[in-house]
Design a protein around this ligand. Structure first.
Ligand code: COA
Length: 332
């Protein structure tokens, strides 16, 4: 757990982007052996958005970034660093962040992708906050962007009903800039569970071959029920402990921005904390699980809709492939 000292860090502005094509549960009923009722009851998801042909992760990242920069009142030339959390980069290299830097004309900025499952953007926010608080960076653009639809097996009902495409972005700066001040964060991983969510094909362990294609290794594979159990076991005590270390009770957090993977997971954590449902910011019904974009999209919707008032605390928390997880606390 890290409490921020030094210059502190804050979220100055947020943005998001979604692609144009909506895929409903009814559409999926026509593609795989599933039902709207099963998907809604087991996950809470009703629709998700899928990038049209030719739309890249960098395109969504750019649209979200431009909105976040506008809302923050920061020019691209004033960025010191661009970090993009993504598990579906256009290419393994170059990084999405590097292409984004070029498109934005962020001439003074370094650029790197953070690939750490759905937790990638939360990790990136924590790294940005640490760098800003130390004085090493002044303005950092953090993005979560995904076009996972190109890496999904659309005949596998275990995965294709869950994910959606999208991007969220925040511009971060020193605490003196106002906005949502980062009070602290905690980052964790349990790498012994690395086999729960995987994309194996076409890289070092399994170079692309006819065999990897035949085995469907160029698709996301997930042991969904094991992920579900892991998250329900690990996340509630982790968040409890984090808040205790921050000297806060759950009641003092006004808005809970959880990773938008499954309503049952969010509901379980709220129940464990003894909190009402309306404390959670929920948009997974519309967007599905947008992986590393999810918490940034949810934060953007909460802030831009006026839901978050001055003084409110917002707890962001995510988990994903690795298994990685983490939490970050903001005060507006
Ligand atoms: N439609 C209908 N039936 C489905 C289905 C679908 N889309 N997907 C799976 N099923 C079936 C399974 O085949 C299984 O059938 P069986 O009992 O005949 O074997 C049954 O539903 C129950 O499967 P199970 O995996 O135990 O269901 P679950 O209650 O665990 O729900 C998930 C499945 C994936 C929704 C849930 O485990 C989950 O959300 N896990 C976390 C996933 C996650 O968050 N991933 C992202 C991490 S970043």
């Amino acid at each position: 757990m890290s409490k921020l000292g030094g210059f502190g860090a804050t979220v100055m502005g947020t943005g998001m982007a979604i692609p144009g094509r909506v895929v409903t549960n009814q559409d999926l009923e026509r593609m795989v052996d599933t039902s709207d009722q099963w998907i809604v009851e087991r996950t809470g998801i009703r629709t998700r958005y899928v990038a049209e042909e030719g739309v890249l992760t960098t395109d969504l990242a750019e649209a979200a970034s431009r909105e976040a920069l506008r809302n923050a009142g920061v020019a691209p030339e004033d960025l010191d660093l661009i970090l993009v959390g993504t598990n579906s980069p256009d290419t393994l290299f170059p990084a999405v962040a590097a292409k984004l830097q070029g498109r934005l004309g962020a001439v003074r900025a370094g650029a790197a992708d953070v690939q750490s499952g759905c937790t990638g953007s939360l990790y990136a926010m924590a790294m940005a906050a640490g760098g800003i608080a130390s004085g090493a960076f002044r303005h950092v653009l953090v993005v979560g962007a995904e076009v996972l639809s190109r890496m999904i097996d659309w005949t596998d009902r275990n995965t294709c009903v869950l994910f959606g495409d999208g991007a969220g972005a925040v511009v971060m700066g020193p605490a003196s800039c106002g906005g949502g001040r980062v009070e602290g964060f905690s980052l964790r991983a349990d790498g012994t569970k690395h086999d729960l969510i995987t994309f194996m094909g076409g890289l070092v362990e399994h170079p692309a071959s006819e065999e990897t294609l035949a085995a469907g290794m160029h698709h996301v594979k997930m042991k969904g029920n094991d992920v579900f159990k892991f998250v329900n076991r690990e996340i509630p005590p982790f968040i409890d402990g984090f808040l205790e270390e921050m000297g806060l009770s759950p009641e003092e957090v006004a808005h809970w921005v959880f990773h938008q993977a499954n309503w049952r997971i969010i509901d379980g954590v709220l129940k464990r904390m003894g909190l009402p449902e309306d404390r959670a910011v929920v948009n997974l019904d519309r967007y599905g699980n947008t992986s590393s974009a999810s918490i940034l999209m949810a934060l953007h919707e909460a802030v831009s809709s006026g839901r978050v008032s001055k003084g409110d605390r917002v707890l962001m928390s995510s988990f994903g492939a690795g298994m990685t997880y983490g939490a970050l606390l903001l005060q507006y």
